[in-house]
Write a new protein. Structure first.
Length: 84
């Protein structure tokens, strides 16, 4: 498995997807994004300089984003406690 230790990740509101310049991030289109369980959030990743449309937003490293994405809010395969 290859780890991109210098790669940065930024969580954005789903409503901001239209402002993403996909030539500046790893993802290729809105269809390639992973969304939170409630579809209100998504994230993009990039290498190198911060794209201007992400200035001022919190950036995460690989370990940090991994911890976030493993939570219930992002894990679409997690059992829903309300369904039990």
């Amino acid at each position: 498995m290859i780890f991109h230790l210098d790669r940065k990740y930024v969580i954005i509101n789903a409503s901001e997807v239209s402002s993403v310049d996909f030539s500046k991030v790893i993802e290729t289109s809105a269809d390639s994004l992973r969304y939170s369980r409630d579809n209100s959030l998504t994230f993009v990743k990039f290498d190198g300089n911060t794209p201007s449309f992400l200035n001022g937003k919190t950036q995460y490293n690989y370990m940090q984003i991994g911890s976030i994405l493993s939570t219930y809010d992002w894990d679409k395969d997690a059992d829903d406690a309300e369904d039990v």
